[in-house]
Design a protein around this ligand. Structure first.
Ligand code: UFG
Length: 318
């Protein structure tokens, strides 16, 4: 059996990856400090180790016997990263260095990494390709870009095979048949869960309606978490003996905040209460991925639309 070492496997995306890896016939070791993840989200068939990425000895011990790594663990809030840049450098960059060092010790040479569209910062072109300029505008994006560079270096220094998947806006949930695995962030900052929570007394705040877009609200590229994990499985199979690649993972199309609100209203059969608020610091107007590389290199295409992301997020929140 092939064992995959999944860091952050108790988090939203990592827990769904763990389940899908097990369903695909892999063995899984989950490594998670439960700082933001949930123990009950981890499939009972996976081996579980509770420890921090900053605990080098625990990493070295837990990775033994693994054949490849999926590295999801890390801090992922843009706003928090602006307030606590050192925390992001420590957990995301030092933590990832520790993962690479544990891989070296254990002779594991393959890794799929969760990178982010935040590496591009304010985009210089749309859609964004993997060749677009990387000018992160916050410490979160900088931390992800730094790890992408470390992975490129590890190809040269250690003969590692790695793939950095640059996620755009991940949404939706997975029904395992026994339960739903979805977003359970605290605080919740992402648009779709917030749309679902909105009430008359607590309307959805739309962060600006004066952006240079068709309806004045920001445009994002939403990708269903199950499609995202399918891209991970393809990336894992695709890892060559040696090499580093960077691949955008999105839908290749964009929706404005207003369009998300309208679609959610249609899916739920009720009006979503909204209030126009001021712009949120650090938001680019438009973030849309070119997914031509993912289609070509991974033979992958997303198959789930915005309605299904909203419906699945709603089901998982019940
Ligand atoms: N938005 C609102 N109201 C809310 C929440 C969000 O209007 O209550 C808007 C935002 O301003 C933005 C859009 O909805 O225009 C999407 O916001 P999210 O917070 O859901 O997602 P982001 O686009 O800010 O962030 C995502 C990932 C980050 C990643 C980033 C890439 O969550 O991890 O894309 O820039 F860094």
């Amino acid at each position: 059996m092939t064992r995959i070492f999944v860091t952050g496997g108790a988090g939203y995306i990592g827990a769904i990856a763990t389940h899908q890896l097990l369903e695909s016939g892999y063995d899984v070791t989950v490594f998670d400090d439960l700082s933001t993840g949930h123990r009950d989200a981890v499939d009972s068939r996976a081996q579980f180790v509770q420890a921090s990425l900053l605990d080098e000895d625990a990493l070295k011990k837990a990775i033994e016997g693994a054949h490849a790594v999926m590295h999801f663990a890390g801090k992922s809030l843009v706003g928090e990263s602006v307030e606590k840049p050192d925390l992001y450098m420590k957990v995301n960059v030092e933590g990832s260095k520790n993962v690479l060092s544990a891989m070296r010790s254990a002779g594991v040479k393959k890794i799929v990494f969760s990178s982010s569209a935040a590496t591009y910062g304010e985009p210089t072109e749309s859609p964004i390709t993997e060749e677009s300029a990387t000018l992160p505008t916050n410490p979160y994006g900088l931390s992800k870009l730094t790890v992408d560079i470390l992975l490129a270096e590890s190809e040269i220094a250690d003969g590692f095979a790695s793939c950095s998947l640059r996620y755009f806006n991940v949404a939706g949930a997975l029904n395992t048949g026994k339960k739903w695995l979805g977003e359970r962030h605290d605080p919740e900052t992402h648009l779709i869960p917030r749309v679902l929570e909105a009430t008359e007394n607590n309307p959805l705040k739309i962060f600006g309606n004066d952006w240079p877009t068709s309806d004045g609200t920001c445009i994002r590229d939403y990708i269903h978490v199950v499609d995202l994990i399918e891209a991970h499985l393809s990336a894992l199979k695709n890892l060559d003996e040696k090499g580093h690649s960077i691949i955008n993972i999105g839908s290749g199309g964009g929706y404005s905040v207003n369009e998300v609100v309208t679609t959610a209203g249609n899916v739920l059969g009720r009006e979503i209460p909204i209030r126009i608020d001021s712009r949120r610091a650090g938001d680019p107007a438009i973030l849309v991925a070119s997914i031509e590389k993912a289609k070509k290199v991974l033979s992958w295409s997303p198959t789930r639309n915005l309605e299904s992301m909203i419906r699945d997020s709603f089901q998982s929140s019940m």
